[in-house]
Design a protein around this ligand. Sequence first.
Ligand SMILES: [Zn+2]
Length: 178
Amino acid sequence: MNKPFLPVICLAIFFGLLVQPVFCAEKSSRYVTLRYSDRMLLNEFNDQLVLGRRLAYSLGRKNPVTVHDEVLAKVDLIIEKAEVVLDMFPNNLHITLILLPSSDEVSRVYRKKYGKEVDHIAYYSLSEDTIYISVRDTRLRVLAHEIGHAIVDHYFKVRPPYNIHELMAQFTEKHITD
Ligand SMILES: [Zn+2]
């Protein structure tokens, strides 16, 4: 790194801190890039994300060693199952999953981006290919719902109307444990 660049980078980091939470860790798997601010949040997310019997069996076969590996394996399995539920298998599906501590932070990020007051525990940003989720409110069905939105978005060349998008996400949520 050349010295003159250092102040510029620091400045960028400084302003970066002002506009979004700091993400100290980033991990990727086949389908997902996972971002979170600290290890405790990752552990809590892992504890909250309880799989159904079949998905848990598939996870056991993967034999993950670390919490990182376990979380990524879980999310990949949920995505694969959601694709089966929807019978949609988009090419090159890769999304970002951002863990936030609570629905307050999710709503704050939403408000900053769209200028609207909401009370979301999770949402999928179509423009960013990104799921924002409150770790405190994380459940298999909540994540499956947002993954449903992501799959539908990647599958159709022309985006379906909002109500249809929502119905397909609800369908994914409902059948993820089958
Ligand atoms: Zn939805």
